[in-house]
Design a protein around this ligand. Structure first.
Ligand SMILES: Cc1ncc(COP(=O)(O)O)c(C=O)c1O
Length: 407
């Protein structure tokens, strides 16, 4: 007998990434850490496999009073936190528009609320076909119609034509649609849209928004923003959200998980951008209502930490931690790209972030074989995701050799 209502009844399939992680850990116990390559989960680890927790962040946590940690934060978020995160997010590239932020439990909460507030039951949600699987899970939960468009052309540039075709299809029978773009440093590919590619996206949306009956929402997931450039360059595209038509809403989904190595603290924010004052007030009211109805308010401690790390010596210490993490990723990525090239393995252009990607339509078969060699990567329908964030540079040549054997 099923007691759960129909729309809340799901089969309990294990999460593939966590399942692979479990298998890799079991292999470590049996064969020893040195005999196993565990390139699965998306948390930063040092070369000894220990999770990286930025000293600046956890020093700031230690310095909080018990009262600061224990207390409720305001439903929409601490005012100082929201103001600072807008400054940090946009830096010199703040769009000239109405902008408001509402706190959320991680980037997940922000994405969830955007899908809840801007598309209705049955409305299409368009996402690139190499993507973080949870977007689809959320659409299923809320009965949104998750659809994909081809992310790439043959040469691995952004496929604007397919997005245009899928958008026209979506708008032919619905008045609302949301478009998800996870850039820079996309999960699972490491791809970032260039400024020129962003122009194409915005021109397309502006063109389709000439029909004032249509309401378009651009959901920009920037979970890996800090790992995608020199700090400035990866933010330039934000200025393009200036002067958009009133029937285009932009929601940038901000997360502290990767940028502050604060995955478990569950803190982020949705940042609304609109050229309409009414639309931005609606954004704030809607997201605050959702917060009250779902999680009440977001963990207070990380909000205080972000504010503390935004100035003076604390900021310097945080920048140093971030630079070290970026250097570690860059070194691993360099080794991966070099080895892949030397072995004639095609990869998707890597611009930053936690993952690199080898396209193949035999990913599941290859990953099964790799497991027998004690190599664990995440198979996806479009290929193999390599978690550079937790694979020491010294093991990457063996990882690439292992993959080459079965490709
Ligand atoms: C692409 C992408 N977006 C968003 C998130 C959300 O992370 P969090 O909810 O921890 O901020 C993740 C986490 O893995 C991710 O990979």
């Amino acid at each position: 007998m099923t007691m759960t209502i129909k729309s809340a009844t799901w089969s309990n399939e294990p999460d593939l990434a966590f399942d692979m992680k479990r298998k890799a850990e079991e292999a470590c116990k049996i064969y020893g850490d040195d005999q196993v390559i565990n390139s699965v989960l998306g948390t930063l680890a040092d070369d000894e496999g220990r999770i990286i927790a930025f000293p600046s962040v956890y020093k700031a946590l230690d310095e909080l009073s018990k009262g600061e940690i224990a207390s409720y934060a305001p439903i929409e978020g601490d005012r100082e936190y929201l103001d600072k995160l807008i400054d940090i997010l946009f830096d010199d590239y703040k769009p000239d528009a109405y902008i408001r932020a509402v706190s959320s439990p991680g980037g997940t909460g922000a994405i969830r609320s955007a899908l809840w507030s801007y598309v209705d039951k049955g409305d299409p949600v368009l996402c690139h076909n190499y993507c973080w699987g949870v977007y689809k899970t959320m659409c299923q939960e809320f009965c949104r119609d998750f659809r994909t468009y081809e992310f790439f052309n043959e040469d691995f540039s952004f496929n604007i034509d397919d997005l245009a075709a899928r958008l026209d299809e979506a708008l032919s029978d619905r008045d609302r649609t949301a478009i998800i773009i996870n850039s820079p440093a996309n999960n699972p590919t490491g791809y970032s849209l260039s400024d020129r590619e962003w122009d194409l996206v915005i021109d397309l949306l502006k063109d389709r928004a000439r029909d004032k009956d249509k309401k378009l929402t651009l959901l920009v997931d920037v979970a890996y923003l800090e790992y995608a450039g020199d700090g400035k360059s990866q933010r330039e595209f934000f200025t393009k959200f200036t002067n958009l038509p009133e029937n285009i809403m932009v929601v940038v989904c901000f997360s502290m998980s990767k940028a502050y190595t604060a995955y478990g603290m569950r803190c982020g924010a949705a940042v609304g951008i609109s050229s309409s004052q009414k639309a931005i007030e609606d954004f704030e009211n809607s997201f605050t209502h959702t917060a009250r109805a779902n999680w009440s308010n977001v963990n207070h401690a990380p909000q205080k930490i972000l504010v503390k790390l935004s100035q003076g010596q604390d900021l310097e210490a945080y920048k140093k931690d971030l630079e070290e993490a970026k250097d570690l990723l860059t070194k691993r990525a360099e080794v991966f790209i070099r080895e892949a090239r030397q072995n004639n393995i095609r990869t998707i252009p890597y611009f930053g972030g936690f993952f690199a990607f080898i396209p193949t339509d035999r990913a599941f078969e290859i990953s099964d074989k790799l497991e027998k060699d004690h190599i664990f990567v995440l198979p996806q329908s479009k290929g193999l995701r390599i978690a550079l964030c937790r694979t020491p540079a010294r093991l990457i040549p063996d990882l690439v050799q292992g993959i080459k054997k079965y490709l």
